[in-house]
Design a protein around this ligand. Structure first.
Ligand code: UD1
Ligand code: CA
Length: 450
């Protein structure tokens, strides 16, 4: 039988090194804040409760997490990690189960690793505390995990408090732990702050449990999974790591990435099978790509839904609400916003389609613009099935072009066009035979006299 899980996520620290008006944990990776990545993973694990410990910038954090159903508790003064976890005691009164302690600025911990921690908590001998350790290239100032001769944890010693011998230990504390609710708050109540930092160290619960004759275990993971973010440089480092993982997954799932290191995904990008993504493609949030799609180089997509067999770009810009139906084609320097491009329809060159409905098989010529905005309101354009809109036409919305209609190149269309009609709305061409020849002769003669 599995116990319910509650996650306590520490996020009370200021994060001054970010030099930002935005709370550190709200800075995004792949278009989603670090804290929400973590909450997503906790939810994927199946946690029953998420309690975020907030302090500095509290209102911002609350606004971000409350919509997801996470709770918040305040730590008014930052007196240490142990003190921070204690702040969740009242919120978790009556909760009986496993508690996972996470850091809001350590966002890439996977549900699998969280599961390993919980499983270890229910491993042989029912350990009191499970500590997630790692071995960084440079152990720096991390707390060191001290393992006894019997393989059980003796204690975690903070760098500031460690002896030279302890500092030589390479197993570091990520800060993440799993503890049963029944043990956690009982141990926390006994923390003291008589240490080098004058803080209530969460890590001291390992030694307190040992004093009670209980034991703790450590499990290990890769340094990158438990990397924290304290600066913009570290944020960029984790963004890179996240992208690397996502690129690998896209390829495993059957997409060809010609130059994977140049493709940037969002947290929620969905890619089908046999999709080819050429170099330098950027996915903003909300993009779904079905099978057999080609996205050519230098395209930027956000909030777009792309059906099977579609071709996009190069240099295409798809904005929120762009829906490309089966087999449609969007070419270079085409921008599409809140518009449906029907099955097999084409907009191959230099076009803006905004707030529009384009029928199946329609052809949108080079340079066509839907004029959807009058400076105050937005209006819709509708283009019928099989219609042909000639190059460099402006469709002044609201306007509708009927099925099979043809709009002559260079037209400015201000009134609806009937199905099957030709609409021609441009200056009439005049012809003056011989005029150019006479003009040239006259001007050459004038120039010769000077
Ligand atoms: C802590 C660990 C250390 C570990 C390191 C990993 C303790 C005593 N030490 O170090 O062993 O190697 O993490 O990065 O636990 N926070 C609060 N309230 C507080 C203090 C911290 O919410 O009063 C939050 C911070 O916002 C941050 C996290 O807890 O998200 C860790 O705090 P930080 O000061 O970075 O940890 P250290 O004490 O340096
Ligand atoms: Ca830290």
């Amino acid at each position: 039988m599995t116990s319910p899980i509650a996650a306590i996520i520490l996020a009370a620290g200021k994060g001054t090194r970010m030099k930002s008006d935005t709370h550190k944990v709200l800075h995004p990776i792949a278009g989603r804040s670090m804290l929400l990545h973590l909450i997503d993973s906790v939810k994927a694990l199946g946690a029953a409760r998420e309690v975020v410990v907030v302090g500095a910038g509290r209102a911002q954090v609350e606004a971000a997490v409350h919509p997801l159903g996470a709770e918040t508790v305040e730590q008014a003064e930052q007196l240490g990690t142990g003190h921070a976890v204690r702040m969740a005691e009242d919120a978790l009164a009556g909760f009986v189960g496993d508690v996972l302690i996470l850091y809001g600025d350590v966002p890439l911990v996977t549900p699998e690793t969280m599961r390993r921690m919980i499983d270890a908590l229910h491993g042989p001998g029912d350990p009191s505390v499970v500590v997630l350790g790692f071995r960084p290239a440079d152990p720096g100032a991390y707390g060191r995990v001290i393992v006894g001769a019997d393989g059980r944890l003796e204690k975690i010693v903070e760098y500031k408090d460690a002896s030279a011998e302890e500092r030589a230990v390479t197993l570091c504390n990520s800060g993440l732990m799993a503890v049963r609710s029944a043990d956690l708050f009982r141990l926390l109540a006994r923390l003291r702050n008589d240490n080098a930092a004058g803080e209530y160290y969460l890590t001291d619960i390992v030694q307190l449990a040992a004093e009670d004759g209980r034991f703790s275990v450590g499990i290990e993971t890769d340094a990158i999974e438990v990397a924290g973010v304290n600066s913009r440089g570290e944020l960029a480092g984790l963004e890179f790591e996240w992208q690397q993982r996502r690129r690998a997954r896209a390829m495993v799932e059957g997409a060809t990435l010609v130059a994977p290191e140049t493709v940037w995904f969002a947290h929620d990008t969905q890619i089908g099978r046999d999709v080819t993504i050429e170099p330098h493609v950027v996915f903003g949030p909300g993009v779904t790509v079905a099978d057999q799609v080609v996205i050519h180089a230098f395209s930027h997509l956000e909030g777009a839904t792309i059906a099977g067999g579609v071709s996009v770009g190069p240099y295409a810009r798809l904005r929120p609400g762009a829906v490309l139906e089966r087999g449609s084609r969007v070419g270079n320097f085409v921008e599409i916003k809140n518009a449906v491009l029907g099955e097999g329809a084409k907009a191959n060159h230099l076009t803006y389609l905004g707030d529009a409905q384009i029928g199946a098989g329609a052809n949108i010529g080079a340079g066509v613009i839907t004029c959807n905005y009058d400076g105050f309101f937005k209006y819709k354009s509708s283009i019928g099935t099989g219609a042909f809109v000639g190059s460099n036409s402006a469709l002044v919305a609201p306007v509708s072009i009927g099925d099979g209609a043809i709009v002559a190149a260079g037209s400015v269309i201000t009134r609806d066009v009937e199905a099957g009609a030709l609409a021609l709305a441009r200056g009439t061409q005049e012809a003056k035979p011989g005029w150019a020849t006479r003009f040239r002769e006259k001007m050459l003669a004038r120039k010769a006299k000077k």
